[in-house]
Design a protein around this ligand. Sequence first.
Ligand SMILES: Cc1ncc(COP(=O)(O)O)c(C=O)c1O
Length: 446
Amino acid sequence: MNMSNQAAHDKKLGKLHDGLDVSTFDRDHLWHPYSTMVERVPMLEVASAQGVRLQLKDGAELIDAMSSWWCAIHGYNHPHLNQALNHQIDQMSHVMFGGLTHRPAVKLGQQLLDVAPNELETVFFADSGSVSIEVAIKMAIQYWASQGRGSKNRLLTVRSGYHGDTTGAMSVCDPLTGMHHLFTNILPQHMFVEAPRCRFGEPCEAEDIHDFEAILREHAHEIAAVILEPIVQGAGGMRMYAAGYLSHVHELCKQHNVLLIFDEIATGFGRTGKYFACEHADVSPDIMCVGKALTGGYMTMAATMTTRQVADVLSTQGPGVFMHGPTFMANPLACAAASASLELLETNTWKTQIPQIEEILQRELNEAQSIRGVADVRVLGAIGVIELEAPVEMQAAQRISTDHGVWLRPFGKLIYTMPPYVITPEELRQVTKAMVSIANDQSKLV
Ligand SMILES: Cc1ncc(COP(=O)(O)O)c(C=O)c1O
């Protein structure tokens, strides 16, 4: 290190360790999701979390209406999840999964396959939702390549989808309204049809599936798989579409010899009122990704499940092995948290919690229909959405929601909640009040 480098380094160290002012250091040095490093609004500092509440450093408490981006379904600091992690940490926190195995992974694998659609028989543990999507895409492409059909290497999906932020995942997100259009030129080029127009609860008519069918028929020879978020398109617009659409897609994929991938990362584990959203249409994919609520929001973990047919082709043809293997694959702590979360779901309390949440959301958000500037209000399971005609003014929205003692994080034109399943009716009404107040406030801007 030369002298000027040394001086710069010392200056940086001095600055970095000059007391621990969290918000200043955070603002100057830490990236946040979809954030800037200049002129950033200060982040709220969370000191701890309990049940459905976040305790802020300044003593305020907020009901987390987002379940930390849809993961913390049982609430925070849950004794069963804490105990599972405490027990596991005394055994081992991590070992590599190459050449080794362990009980937490096997137990979780069994639990997952027990609840997954019957046809799914194998599990690949991944580190995050996006990685599980990469794995699913690679599996689909390798499936055909190893059978000598390398030209079947494109994906077909619908507009308004969101599947994650890594390169493969970005390539199947909405190419225009998604957050990744800057990268279009370096992404693999896949095929898109319009997002389903038939709404959840309505029939899917022939015209609704016509474009999808036409593209599939014409391009099946070059399509490895169709990838969809079943029933609810999450971060691409919180759209809820007809179960019939999914049934048609399932049938068409079989007919045209194309694999079907379901991304249940946002919808899995009860969120839409069924254990997995694909159960609304009673269809099963060839490959399915789960993540987010898998560990009850405790650890980062996801999984890609496949049929025996897909696994057999990957294992016996072409290279004879599936070409992916993350360092933290099947991390035992994450497996233990996920097992404990699935145990809580096994008690089936969610089956009464979700309809209750749905009913309150429907009743309390209904009044937003008549607010000027509101384009749509929709609810499914523990998902409640107020869609505005114009983008939400974020800073005002955030202020109103925290004034109501609620943590909401609107995006685009959407004010929405996906609360923890353990939220009480009273707490949920506090959330819906905040949402309606935001909509009312934004109507002044119309
Ligand atoms: C449907 C869906 N797929 C994939 C992802 C990506 O998951 P992760 O953020 O864990 O990488 C998300 C995240 O919001 C999602 O909603």
